[in-house]
Design a protein around this ligand. Structure first.
Ligand code: SF4
Length: 230
């Protein structure tokens, strides 16, 4: 939230920002809230980081003001994010505000852990896209997000699809997923190393956890070898 606090100050006093972006701003990503109802292993919002921040969310009036300012600068697409944006109680109102201001594309990124009624809200129904974060294809491969999260999130996804929302899924590539997915496809390590163009040694180290922080280029190659688009 410290960043958000700084952002507000910049928007208030830094004319340079407006001069540079006037008419050129296309889309904005609004981090409305730092709070979250999960504690994923890979999260940047670790308590030891987030608890040092001064404010946990942008007050609604400021968020609306910023939204209008971004729109006036040219933005037509906005993404609401967090933390978990559905914990921001004025989110439905803000979605409505964005559409009324004239934003042509309004979307949000969510972990899918929200009350069932959330998707029935008449203002939420105006959103153009909901992207759900899911890091596996079952409880085990998604376990970096927490116990039972896969079931709850997929229930939300099913309901969103049923109600006609445009639904996307964003996925974190991690070693547990790589190994499990490879095994599910029945692809040997040797074959995947050839398909991906990475050495067998590298692949083995990633899958066993010996390499805990693999390079993004390597993970992209492995994803390509598994025919997963990233
Ligand atoms: S859902 Fe997102 S913000 Fe929440 S703990 Fe997981 S990664 Fe972090």
């Amino acid at each position: 939230m410290h960043q958000l606090h700084q952002l507000k100050i910049v928007m208030k006093i830094d004319k340079q920002f407006e001069d540079i972006f006037r008419g050129k701003l296309y889309q904005v990503f609004m981090y409305l809230i730092d709070r979250c109802n999960l504690s994923c292993e890979q999260c940047l919002y670790k308590p030891n980081l987030a608890f040092q921040l001064h404010r946990k969310e942008i007050p609604y009036n400021e968020a609306k003001e910023l939204l209008q300012k971004f729109y006036d600068l040219g933005a037509s697409k906005v993404t609401f994010m967090g933390g978990e944006p559905t914990l921001y109680k004025e989110l439905p109102q803000l979605i409505n505000d964005a559409k009324e201001m004239g934003y042509s594309y309004v979307r949000m990124d969510t972990n899918g852990i929200f009350p069932k009624e959330f998707l029935d809200d008449k203002n939420v129904r105006k959103i153009d896209e909901i992207t759900f974060s899911l890091d596996g294809y079952d409880e085990k491969t998604n376990s970096i997000r927490g116990v039972g999260v896969f079931k709850k999130c997929t229930e939300s996804i099913k309901k969103a699809v049923k109600l006609g929302y445009m639904v996307q899924i964003t996925c974190c590539i991690h070693k547990g997923l790589t190994k499990k997915y490879r095994e599910k496809l029945g692809v040997s390590q040797d074959k995947l190393s050839k398909l991906a163009g990475v050495t067998l040694h590298t692949l083995t180290k990633i899958e066993t956890g010996a390499t805990s922080d693999p390079r993004i280029e390597t993970l992209k190659k492995i994803a390509k070898g598994l025919s997963v688009s990233v």
